[in-house]
Design a protein around this ligand. Structure first.
Ligand code: HEC
Ligand code: HEC
Length: 257
């Protein structure tokens, strides 16, 4: 008699234990997807777009993940973040992240439409319009702006388009400029490279590094404008599409898996 009662109970405990600890394939319920959608909207949409279509972070709706597509990969990338990228670690419980993954899996892949435009035309424009004065692509170009070698993996086409026509909309914090005067009244402007309690290092537009004692500076100001000019009136719509198509195509060769 006692055995008959005990056995089914033990089975239940084992099954529940697997579900939480081992993370085996418990099918996602509708409630999981809805709970995941809620977390996504409050914590992920700001970078990945309200429907996972991408923005400052990549599209998560088209089922293609450069950093790994299995549930285990997604769990790791979402909980720990992706080192040396802008993808932060969120440190949720595994269960909460599984809800987010269920939501991501539910997204419509149609959101991942490729931009129109000719990448080869875009590549030529990027060279002829002076983008490489400031940007590097595969080792060629300047350092006054972000390296664009694999920008297509990080940003959505819409975000890239906005970066080109409205650079002030979302300024990469590493490329904010500061301006100030030294004790002789000379005004300096450049990228803030480094600062400690007493000194500040600035990179000027000729890529020269300058060091200043903070005590000597006045009118210290962080600029809210991007150093990048807008190309809104100098690129036609078709040219802009070509440039975006080219930048979107810039991805690392052969993903991790
Ligand atoms: C501050 C902006 C930001 C936030 C907030 C953010 N991400 Fe990301 N995420 C990124 C960026 C940028 C990348 C691309 C990293 C790279 O490859 O350079 C990324 C990459 C990813 C990837 C890997 C994509 C791939 O192609 O392999 C996943 C999955 C992901 N994010 C999910 C999430 C989820 C889920 C949340 C919310 C819980 C979230 N992210 C919050 C910016 C963000
Ligand atoms: C005078 C230097 C300069 C020139 C010329 C320039 N850029 Fe930029 N660009 C920057 C800087 C600095 C940033 C980072 C600040 C910001 O986010 O606006 C940037 C940001 C960007 C970004 C966003 C990168 C990211 O990390 O999301 C893209 C895309 C871009 N530029 C494309 C272009 C293209 C295409 C051209 C030519 C048509 C161009 N830039 C010309 C300086 C420049």
């Amino acid at each position: 008699m006692t055995y008959a009662v005990l056995l089914p109970l033990m089975c239940l405990t084992v099954a529940a234990g697997q579900e939480h600890g081992g993370g085996t394939n418990r099918p996602a319920s509708r409630a999981d997807v809805e709970a995941g959608a809620k977390t996504f909207r409050s914590h992920c949409a700001v970078c990945h777009g309200p429907h996972g279509e991408g923005g400052r972070g990549p599209n998560l709706a088209n089922g293609q993940f450069y950093h790994g597509s299995s549930d285990a990969d997604l769990l790791e990338n979402i909980s720990k973040g992706i080192p040396s990228t802008e993808m932060p670690g969120l440190f949720y419980s595994a269960d909460r992240i599984r809800q987010i993954i269920a939501y991501i899996r539910s997204l419509n892949s149609a959101a991942g439409v490729k931009p129109g435009g000719q990448p080869s035309e875009g590549a030529a424009l990027v060279r002829s319009r002076g983008c490489l004065q400031c940007h590097r692509i595969s080792g060629e170009g300047g350092r006054l702006g972000p390296d664009l070698t694999s920008i297509g993996q990080m940003r959505s086409p819409e975000y890239l388009r906005q970066s080109i026509v409205d650079p002030d909309a979302d300024i990469n914090p590493r490329f904010k400029t500061v301006s100030f005067r030294d004790d002789s009244g000379t005004r300096y402007q450049g990228f803030l490279m480094n600062e400690d309690t007493y000194t500040v290092q600035l990179l000027d537009t000729h890529e020269q590094l300058h060091s200043f004692a903070k005590a000597e500076l006045s009118n210290y100001k962080i600029e809210d404008k991007s150093p990048m000019p807008s190309y809104k009136s100098t690129l036609s719509d078709a040219q802009l599409q070509d440039v975006v198509a080219y930048l979107s195509s810039l991805r690392p060769q052969g993903g991790r898996r």
